[in-house]
Structure formats: C-alpha cells, structure tokens
Design a protein around this ligand. Structure first.
Ligand code: NAI
Ligand code: MG
Length: 365
C-alpha cells in the first residue's frame, strides 16, 4: 500500500517558518516511528499570487482534492493589502475550504499545565481543560441569501440571512457525535432556539441524529449566550460543543483565549468522507501570518505542530502518535521553554522558533 499523502501549503509570513519545524516532526515520525508520508509542497496566498497572479492555482486546488490531508501555514500580509478582493491571499484559503466542502471546523481549547498561570482566568478554572468546539463552517448567516445593502425609502438597510437546511445540521451534528465518542462522550449543542427559527430546527435535528444514531453519547442543549457565560465560568463542564457558523466563530475564539496564546492553537476543518473513508481535511494553526514578527525567528511553531498532531489523529488514525507529540510539547513547556509570545513574567529569556523545534524533537526522542 502506498504511503498516506500530505499536501503542505506553508503560505506567507511566519507560515513557512513554523512549517519548517513541522517538516522536522514529519521526518522524525517517518524515521523513528516508521510512519512515512508522501509529502508534496505548493504555494498558497500571497506566495501563490506572486508566482501565478492568483492566491490558489487550479493545479494546487486539484492536488488538494486528491491528497489525504492538507496542512496549511498562514496567508496574508501588508504587501497584499491593496490587492483587489478577488485575488487577496485569504481568497486562496476560502477557496480551499469551499471546494473541499469542509463543513466541520474543530477548534480544541486545551490547557497545558505549564501555561495555566498564563491564562487570564484562575488556574483552577483552566488547569487540565480539554474541550473541542465544532463550528459549522460552510453555511449559516455568512452565506445565506438574500444578503446585501439595499435602499428602503430614504435610508439603506444591511441584510444577512441565517439559513440552515436539515442536511447541513445533520452532517455537522454527526461530526460532533463521532468526535465525542473518541473523547469524553458528551456533546452540548448551542443555538438560540428561544428567538430564532433556525435555532429551533437546529435543536430538533441534533436531537434526532442523537436519538437515532448516537443514543450512547450524552447530549445537552444550551442557548448560545448562556453557553458563553458557562464557558467563562466553568469550561471543564464541556467535552464537545457543536454550534453554527456565527456563534461558533465567537465561542471558539473566546474558548481559545481561556488557554493563552494564539501561538498555541491548532485547528482542523473536516468534510465528507472520501472513497478511502478518510474525511476531506485541512489542518492549520488558528493564527495568521504575523507580519510584525515574520522573518525574525520569533514565531511559536507549536500551533502548527499541534495541527499536524490533529491530522495524525483525525485523518490517519494515529491517535497514539498524536499524543506522543502533545506530550513532547507538554514536556518542553514544563521545562520552562518559552517563545516570545508565551512570556508573561520578566526575566525569562525567549527561545527562537528553531530552538523550540529542537527541544520538541529532543523530547520526542
Ligand atoms: P495574526 O494571527 O497574524 O497575529 C496577531 C498577533 O499574534 C500578532 O502580534 C502576532 O505576532 C501574534 N502571533 C500570531 N501567531 C503567532 C505565533 N505563531 N507565534 C508568536 N506570535 C504569534 O493576526 P493579524 O495580525 O490580525 O493578521 C496578520 C495577517 O494574517 C493578515 O494579513 C491577516 O489577514 C492574516 N490572517 C491569516 C489567517 C490565516 O491564514 N488563517 C488568520 C488570521 C489572519
Ligand atoms: Mg473569528
């Protein structure tokens, strides 16, 4: 059997810098754990625009549709700010998400013990936290029609439409229940069924999917505003949260910040299963291209390395190897290693991107 395939799109700014460290981890897994990947690399975002005049070449898109998983760094930067909307670096990423139909966005909020004091919340509240927010990514109010700014009488009206079909809710609910089964077996679904019809339908469909196919998973429902409060009050009550595109955008950003730095946060975007049973998948750190620190060797590579760990877990059924990487990260943090973004107190000297990579590889050994 051929090796599983991985397309690496490092992108712009710190994207290539953090991806260099991920490549070392991929090589390590191949050499030391006998888990080799067929890795190909290509351009996305500003880098693709510079070469091809488009933020994602058709050939790259075609490749992304064929591989088992795509790993992306980051796109964008001030150099491209003046470009027309249609060729902005972000469009490359949006095209990938759209054409791969990646409807389930997984955002873990996990607190590494060594960073518990770095959180803005009390240590007790966040220490040991390990939850995942599943955000519906391809529908809802960001896509619903009608939309636009229209004229009504002598003023303008801004319009967006929240719209969800049963099948869109059904498939993302299944992603959440499947995920819960490999974790704490608990799903909390969040909407605003008290004031939105789309929320009423959301609640009904999630309950139906549960009753028919996942009765073994513990399911609860919460209004999204109450959910936001509970996330800040006692986040450890949750395991998997499933919610729509808009609420998920806000709740996942809030949950992420419970645990500290942008430089630590991985993500996965999953779509329908392919012929080989693996879901279409794109893994990427939550952060952007960080132009303020690009080219200085300061970027924290952990978010991108943990994104690769998610790929091992969700695309390649290598949960043990994913844990191995997470434990290595845990160890270097416990040893006191910090990139500049993780330094809260004075007197701690930051390590470089490469030194963090060195330490993680040493911990893996
Ligand atoms: P950003 O995430 O790039 O940076 C925000 C702040 O966090 C900066 O101070 C940055 O130095 C810091 N930071 C981010 N990642 C870090 C890391 N790994 N290690 C250490 N520090 C880190 O967001 P910003 O500044 O709003 O956007 C910069 C560019 O990135 C823009 O062009 C934006 O459009 C793009 N962007 C791309 C995303 C993507 O590729 N998925 C997501 C967000 C923004
Ligand atoms: Mg957001």
């Amino acid at each position: 059997m051929s090796n599983p395939s991985l397309l690496i799109l490092a992108g712009d700014g710190i994207g290539p810098e953090v991806m260099t460290q991920v490549n070392r981890v991929i090589d390590w897994i191949g050499d030391k754990r006998g888990l080799a990947f067929d890795v190909s690399e290509d351009l996305v975002g500003g880098a693709a625009y510079d070469k091809h005049g488009t933020p994602l070449h058709d050939d790259t898109m075609a490749k992304a549709m064929e591989v088992d998983a795509v790993l992306l760094g980051a796109v964008g930067g001030p150099k491209y700010d003046a470009l027309d909307f249609s060729v902005k670096p972000e469009r490359g990423l949006l095209r990938l998400r759209k054409e791969m139909d990646l409807y389930a966005n997984l955002r873990p909020a996990q607190c590494f013990d060594a960073l518990a004091d770095f959180s803005s919340l009390k240590r007790d509240v966040v220490a040991g936290l390990d939850i995942v927010i599943v955000r519906e990514l391809t529908s809802g109010i960001y896509f619903g029609e009608p939309r636009g700014i229209i004229h009504e009488g002598n003023e303008r009206v801004g319009i967006n439409t929240q719209r969800y079909t049963e099948s869109e809710i059904d498939r993302v609910a299944r992603s959440a229940f499947e995920l819960a089964r490999r974790r704490g077996n608990k799903v909390c679904s969040m909407e605003k069924a008290n004031v939105m019809e789309s929320g009423i339908l959301w609640r009904e469909v999630v309950q139906k999917v549960h009753d028919e196919d996942y009765p073994d998973v513990e399911l609860s429902h919460m209004y999204a505003d109450a959910g936001a409060m509970q996330l800040c009050r006692w986040p450890k009550q949750f395991d998997v949260i499933v919610t729509d595109n808009l609420f998920g955008d806000l709740l996942s950003d809030a949950a992420a910040m419970l645990t500290g730095s942008l430089g630590m946060l991985p993500s996965a975007s999953l779509g329908a299963p392919m012929a080989n049973g693996r879901p279409k998948a794109l893994y990427e750190p939550v952060h952007g291209s960080a132009p303020d620190i690009a080219g200085q060797g300061k970027a924290n590579p952990i978010a991108c390395i943990l994104s690769f760990a998610m790929a091992l877990r969700y695309s390649f059924d290598q949960g043990d190897e994913a844990v191995r990487i997470e434990k290595a990260v845990e160890k270097v943090l416990a040893d006191g290693l910090r990139t500049a973004d993780l330094i809260g107190e004075e007197g701690v000297e930051p390590v470089s991107t490469e030194q963090m990579g060195d330490a993680i590889l040493a911990a893996l050994d």
